[in-house]
Design a protein around this ligand. Structure first.
Ligand code: HEC
Length: 280
């Protein structure tokens, strides 16, 4: 008991410490993401557009070392390809992202979208004949290109600040997706050259210049190209990257719950049967 109390006290002190260290940062805006609820999944259109924003904007400073291009096309990925049979014509048509029902999953190695995404990126490699360093077009099995060869180079280009790896950033920050989205929208134009005022960043001043500019990324699906939309989309992509199996996990959870409920019902009936006629 005493031990439990002292652990609780230590935790409380640590929490206060973190709150103080966080300074005057504003509480993130609670945005209703599709994945927030216990049964909610990803909006794959959002995740696809978010990848585009990452690729065209964030990837010039931030790596995502845990991700390979092939992950984008695996089951549950934003560019997973399915062949769906048209009811009227009987023809098979490609569908990017899981269709509402049916569809045959196309293995990543045969997914032209993933191959195109990878081949648009130049990856550092060793030339097999000369042994010299070279660059080649990316392949689905390559991990995401890191914009810098090492942390020293990354800091040297960013005024001493380090653009963190974004692979699991929504899990690594208090406030998760809401914090990331708020941070991207938290600039007010105030800057001293090296640092930019952002009310959601602990301490209030961040070395990252406002990365999102209205209209800078062209969307093919007609979605509006505002800073707010970019922030929502790229955050959804970062959440998917950090937790790609969330949908399966939630589904399994629901099946387990349904099973337990059924089991409880059966046990109750068995109990009634066994004790029928007994006074207790
Ligand atoms: C010009 C380079 C640059 C670009 C482009 C850029 N960032 Fe950053 N980012 C940085 C730097 C530098 C830091 C470290 C800031 C600091 O520590 O003050 C950072 C920090 C961050 C952080 C961590 C904040 C924290 O709580 O520690 C997140 C999240 C982030 N960036 C997301 C993004 C996203 C998403 C994009 C694309 C929309 C993006 N960044 C584009 C340079 C960049």
């Amino acid at each position: 008991m005493l031990r439990a109390l002292s652990i609780a006290a230590a935790a409380a002190i640590a929490a206060v410490g973190v709150a103080v260290a966080a300074g005057d940062a504003e509480h993130p805006h609670d945005y209703p993401f599709s994945f927030d609820s216990p049964v909610g999944g990803y909006d794959m259109g959002e995740v696809q557009r978010g990848f585009q924003v990452y690729q065209q904007v964030c990837a010039s400073c931030h790596g995502m070392d845990n991700l390979a291009y092939r992950h984008l096309g695996e089951k549950g990925g934003p560019f997973a390809l399915y062949m769906v049979r048209d009811h009227d014509t009987g023809e098979l048509t490609p569908h990017v992202g899981k269709p509402a029902h049916g569809g045959r999953f196309v293995p990543v190695t045969e997914n032209p979208y993933v191959r195109a995404i990878a081949s648009n990126v130049m990856i550092a490699d060793i030339d097999p004949s000369s042994g010299m360093e070279t660059e080649r077009a990316g392949r689905p099995e390559d991990y995401f290109r890191n914009p810098f060869p090492n942390e020293i180079a990354a800091r040297a280009t960013n005024g001493g600040a380090y653009p963190v790896d974004l692979s699991v950033i929504t899990l690594a920050r208090h406030g998760g997706a809401d914090y990331i989205r708020s941070l991207l929208l938290g600039y007010d134009g105030e800057s001293n050259g090296a640092l930019h005022h952002n009310k959601y960043f602990p301490g209030g001043w961040i070395a990252m210049p406002p990365p999102l500019i209205e209209g800078a990324v062209a969307y093919a699906d007609g979605t509006e190209t505002t800073v707010e939309q970019y922030a929502t989309d790229v955050t959804a992509f970062l959440q998917w990257a950090a937790d790609p199996h969330m949908e399966t996990r939630k589904r399994t959870g629901i099946i387990v719950l349904a099973f337990l409920l059924m089991l409880a019902g059966v046990l109750y009936l068995a109990y009634k049967q066994v004790w029928r006629g007994e006074s207790h």
